[in-house]
Design a protein around this ligand. Structure first.
Ligand code: DGY
Length: 307
């Protein structure tokens, strides 16, 4: 009998193609905010699964099916998985690092440019008026040149952002696992702060009210990592008070919901968690996730194990 593999969303076709010969594949429609009960139901007959970053893979879910042997999470982040429980139960968990580094770094630069050069405001104005009027004082933003970029988390993506930022003439400093510049100094002296750490108990609200107060007046915050790194209510207060000049956000504290206070602000550029949304990156992620499943059932070691 072929092992059952559950795809909890419509992933790029390459995943199904790689699994087609050796497995019974069941694909579910892409859905946000699944409950534990829904997860237990869709994983009931699974020997393995490719899962979404929003699927709650809690201890209860992971222990609900004794046949579930591998979860290939379709993301580099795996904060949706109870890793300790997976380890204890003996379920292999894998992720998809590397292939989305450049795409996420590109989007980080896109958000930086969009918010600092007020690109979205300009787009809205031209669409609303149907005109392009040149004015000496219109939509004045901030240059990237000679600004200090403070990168929190100098891993693959943080380093790729640094490489791009040098080309824009920025000075780059970083804080990473206790290395580099002390966090307080980075916050107090950077013109732009960009977040590239994973979400863990230690990094949740790393940008809280105190951290925001420490940030330089008139600086910008960019987040393409995970929403709960930032206390969004405190961020809205800092923007409203004019302490921060703007923010570029790809991720939100309560995804899929977005704080309505953010939606009202012209100084915030908001996109829907699209850091890895290039054909190249998403195909690469699908290939990695499916390959992990194939290797597991051939008794080969995982390439990207997080357990
Ligand atoms: C990830 O991989 O963790 C991103 O958030 C989505 O690609």
């Amino acid at each position: 009998m072929k092992p059952n593999i559950v795809l909890t969303a419509a992933f790029p076709a390459v995943a199904r193609d790689l699994l087609a010969n050796d497995f019974e594949v069941v694909e579910h429609p892409t859905e946000q905010s699944r409950s534990e009960e829904e997860m237990i139901t869709i994983l009931a007959d699974a020997d393995g699964a490719i899962t979404l970053l929003s699927d709650p893979l809690t201890r209860r879910v992971l222990s609900s099916n004794p046949n579930l042997a591998i979860v290939a999470n379709f993301a580099v982040g795996y904060n949706n998985v109870d890793i300790e429980a997976a380890r204890e139960i003996g379920i292999v968990v894998t992720n998809t690092p590397g292939v989305l580094t450049e795409a996420t770094a590109d989007l980080t630069m896109g958000l930086m440019l969009a918010v600092m050069r007020r690109i979205v405001e300009g787009d809205a104005e031209v669409r609303a008026t149907g005109r392009c009027e040149w004015e000496p004082l219109k939509l004045l933003g901030s240059s990237l040149q000679a600004k200090r970029l403070g990168i929190i988390g100098m891993g693959r993506i943080g380093s790729a952002v640094a490489a791009r930022s040098y080309v824009f003439g920025m000075e780059v400093v970083h804080h990473s696992r206790g290395r580099g510049m002390p966090l307080e100094e980075l916050l107090a002296t950077s013109d732009v702060v960009s977040l590239h750490v994973p979400l863990t108990a230690a990094t949740r609200h790393i940008i809280d009210r105190d951290a925001l107060a420490m940030m330089k007046k008139g600086s910008y915050l960019i987040n393409t990592s995970r929403g709960p790194l930032v206390d969004e209510a405190a961020l809205c207060d800092a923007l409203e008070a004019g302490h921060l000049r703007g923010a570029g956000l790809d991720v939100y504290e309560d995804e899929p919901a977005v704080n309505p206070r953010l939606l009202e602000r012209k100084d915030v550029v908001i996109v829907p968690h699209i850091g890895s949304a290039t054909e190249e990156a998403r195909n690469g992620m699908a290939r990695i996730a499916a390959t992990e499943i194939v290797r597991f059932f051939r008794k080969q070691p995982p390439l990207h194990a997080v357990t």
